[in-house]
Each structure stands twice: as C-alpha cells, then as structure tokens.
Write a protein that binds this ligand. Structure first.
Ligand code: ADP
Ligand code: MG
Length: 354
C-alpha cells in the first residue's frame, strides 16, 4: 500500500529517522548516566498531507492498520498512541496542528529493541517540523518524542532512544550524558564494524524486569544519599549496601566508567571489544538481565575469530546482541554464528549488516 492508495492524495512532506543500537552503557540512562548508541541503516519514514476533514487519519504499512481520530478524543491504544502523542505534545507546546493524513512505513524491526518507537516519533516530528515550518532543533525533537512516549504511549522511557534516532548517524557513536544532554559524535574504532543479531527470545519479562531494576536503582541511590547512581563513581561507596542493591549499583558504576573510558581514549577495536565483553559479564552477573539464549549467542560471537567483543544490547530478558568485528567480516561472521546458534535449537536472525 502506498500513500495515494490509502489517502487518495499525494504527500506534502516526508521525513525519516533511523533505529538505533546501543554499543555500551546499558541500564544507565535511567540512572542519569552515560550511553553510547549508534544509528542503524533501517529507518522509519513518515509522510503527511492536511486531512480533507476534521479528523486525523494514521496508517501503518507494517501493521496494515488505519486509525481515524481527533486530538480531543481520548488517548488511543497501540501504534496510533505514538503518533497521536507527537501531535498532542506539539499542541501542548503551543503549536497549532491541523488535522492530518499521516502514512507510516518502516524497515526497523518492531519490538526487537532497535527502537522502532523512537524512530516513529522522531520521523513523525521531523515531518511535522517540515510541514508546519516549526522552529524545533534535533534535541527538542528528541525531548518531544520522549514526552509523547511517556505521556501517551505509557512507556516510562529514558531519553537515549530518541536522542540516538534524532542525533546519531551511521558513521559515528553518539556519546550522551543523559543528565546534562552533553553529547559528542565519536568515530568508530578503526578497522571495525558492527553486527547486531536477534536471539529470537521474546522479551516477555522485559517490562516487569525493567521496572524492578529501576526501583532497585532508586532504592540504592536513596540509601546512598544521592540523586541518582550516576553520582557514585567509587566502588568503595557501595560496600555497605546489601545484595541485590550492591550488585545493581556495581553494574551501573562500572558501566558508566566503561562508557567514559570509551569516550576519553581513542580506543582500538580490541580495547573497545574488551569493554563490551566486560559489559556483558556485568549485565549477566550483577544486573541479572541476561537469559541463557543471550549468553550462548554472546559466547558464540566472543569465541569466533575476528570478533573483538560482544554483549547483549537493550533491556535484556531476550532481544538482541551487538558485536564489534573486523571490518569487512561482519556478513560472514554473522552468518556463521547464526548457523551455529540455530544448530542448538534457537531461531534468531541478523539485523546488521542488513
Ligand atoms: P522497539 O522500540 O524496541 O521497537 P517498543 O515496544 O518500544 O519496541 O515499540 C514498538 C511499538 O512502536 C509498536 O508496538 C508500535 O506500536 C510502534 N511502532 C513502531 N514502528 C511502527 C510502525 N512502522 N508502524 C506502526 N507502529 C509502529
Ligand atoms: Mg521503543
């Protein structure tokens, strides 16, 4: 289905935004910490034209779903809540949003941890910026997208996904301080490229596990007398906490340190890979968000020649893994590892290289 077939009109504007993968800095964003995502080549494209009537009409190619709605209607459920949310946050910010026909299509895997939700928000807001000639910079777009997701899609997300979709590119890693929004585009380690693979394990426990970890971090920060775990850098400070709060804090402290080390030194691919391996061990042992299938996929990657490092990426409890491998070898390594992974009874798939 294309725009004309759905809306019987041509789009007036069109904008795209990429999915993202996080290379380092996992479960740090809600602790006011540091993250290091990059954009992926898969992207979401949103086209629009003013609606011929007093309703908004949203269509998603991937879901084959159309929703007709007014902004005065209650918040809808499902995909339209993200688009409706973008329109509502703009209206709340004082912009006038006329009824629109909005067409969504995407190559970002949905619900796999590559942030199709942020890509949808950022592409929608970019398209609105262009149509309505809005004075919004890329950081503001990210912030509005995050607010749309929190307030209207009901997801208590941090700012990483939207900042990555709005500001990262394929050639760089985006260092982001999630407290100050201080950021920097860093070059990839030389002679290296990235693999992203799905474990095939659905993230069924992800929401409850995520909320529990968030609560544990808040509790640890409170016991330590700081605003967020980001404010602790010395492991000595947490020796009096009892487990699991001590383990959770240790992950956040060491993970923040790994991101800062990756930023400060121009690390070789080998050094960067070691940080990724250490990140996975910390997520598995201290943060306890890995599952056996993710561990086995990460182990397969780590034990393959020309792989510098690998870790689970995203919230965990299933979902994807990211690896840094020798330049030019990504495709062959990903296929070899996928075959070995599938031979042990798993499904799984390759997201990057695409
Ligand atoms: P992720 O962001 O990791 O892909 P989320 O659960 O955060 O997973 O977001 C997925 C949701 O975003 C989908 O369930 C859907 O509501 C919305 N979404 C993302 N991309 C699209 C799309 N192309 N068409 C319709 N809805 C989409
Ligand atoms: Mg998301």
């Amino acid at each position: 289905m294309n725009f004309e077939q759905i809306f019987n009109a041509s789009p007036k504007v069109q904008a795209s935004a990429p999915g993202r993968v996080n290379l380092l800095g996992e479960h740090t964003d809600y602790n006011d910490g540091f993250v290091l995502p990059t954009a992926i080549s898969q992207q979401t494209t949103v086209s629009m034209v003013p609606s011929p009537n007093d309703r908004h009409h949203f269509y998603s190619v991937e879901l084959e779903e159309q929703v007709d709605i007014r902004l005065t209607d209650p918040t809808p459920k499902g995909f339209s809540s993200y688009v409706y949310g973008c329109l509502k946050v703009l209206a709340q910010a004082g912009y006038t949003v006329p009824p629109l026909n909005i067409f969504v299509t995407s190559s970002v895997p949905i619900g796999s941890g590559l942030s199709s939700s942020a890509a949808l928000e950022v592409a929608t807001l970019r398209s609105l910026r262009s149509l309505l000639d809005l004075d919004l910079d890329d950081v503001r777009i990210a912030q509005l997208g995050q607010q749309a997701e929190i307030q209207y899609a009901g997801v208590a997300c941090g700012i990483m996904d939207q900042m990555a979709s709005s500001l990262a590119d394929l050639q760089h890693m985006l260092f982001l301080d999630t407290r100050s929004l201080d950021r920097q585009l860093l070059p990839f380690p030389t002679n290296a490229e990235m693999i992203v693979m799905d474990s095939g394990v659905p993230r069924t426990l992800a929401t409850s596990g995520y909320n529990q970890r968030r609560a544990e971090c808040e509790e640890a920060a409170q016991q330590l007398g700081v605003k967020a775990l980001r404010d602790i850098t010395d492991l000595q400070a947490i020796v009096h906490l009892s487990d699991p709060l001590r383990q959770r804090s240790r992950h956040v402290i060491t993970e923040n340190d790994r991101v800062l080390r990756a930023r400060s030194a121009n690390l070789s691919a080998i050094e960067f890979g070691e940080l990724m391996n250490a990140s996975h061990a910390s997520l598995r042992d201290d943060y306890e968000v890995s599952v056996p299938a993710l561990d086995s996929l990460v182990n397969l990657l780590q034990s393959t020649p020309n792989v510098f490092g690998a870790r689970l990426t995203g919230a965990g409890f299933g979902g994807a893994c990211v690896a840094l491998v020798a330049a030019g070898k990504g495709d062959a390594i990903a296929h070899e590892v996928l075959a070995r992974y599938q031979a042990t009874g798993h499904t799984g798939q390759i997201f990057v290289p695409s």
